[in-house]
Design a binder for this molecule. Structure first.
Ligand SMILES: [Zn+2]
Length: 171
């Protein structure tokens, strides 16, 4: 079997809205149990002992499922991505990146999109445990939660899954 069953598959709702990303293994399970159909076969074939199946790259659920609009998960990687992998104090993007609490935690700063920015190691060190006003280090832009468009949420997959583009656009 040359296909990894762990490769990503884009799952669309019945109305074609992108829902999430699952593995080929999970997608095949949905197809075999008649819950989804393959829309794009971008992964070649899956060989089992007796049969060969086309491996899906995009599937669509037969039935509409309801769920709230997805949010971008708050974590270090997503903060870096929101900030275009650039230090929000000096603008550099060529060094090691760290996460900075704008208002330090020991001063009551929260772990939120609005209080977290990407900082290079040097700026993070220079700022230390101070407020930005006291450190004299203004931010380049006001941080906020990224909009949860499908383009943003699934964007990081697009480089290696070009065929997903048309299904993600506009959501
Ligand atoms: Zn910096």
């Amino acid at each position: 079997m040359h296909n990894s069953l762990k490769e990503p598959v884009l799952v669309l709702n019945a109305n074609f809205e992108p829902l999430n990303v699952c593995t080929i293994r999970r997608a095949m399970g949905l197809i075999f149990s008649d819950k989804a159909r393959m829309l794009v076969n971008g992964r070649g074939e899956i060989h089992t002992t007796h049969t060969v199946f086309p491996a899906p790259s995009v599937i669509r659920l037969d039935r509409m499922i309801k769920r709230p609009r997805p949010k971008v998960k708050l974590n270090k990687q997503e903060i870096f991505r929101r900030d275009n992998y650039a230090c929000q104090y000096c603008g550099r993007s060529d060094g090691e990146l760290t996460l900075d609490h704008i208002l330090p935690r020991h001063l009551g700063g929260s772990h939120t999109w609005e209080n977290l920015v990407t900082a290079c190691r040097a700026c993070n060190h220079r700022k230390g445990g101070r407020r930005i006003e006291n450190a004299g280090m203004p931010l380049r832009q006001r941080p906020k939660a990224p909009s949860a468009s499908a383009q943003y949420i699934f964007g990081r997959y697009l480089n290696s899954n070009e065929e997903w583009g048309t299904y993600i656009e506009g959501w």
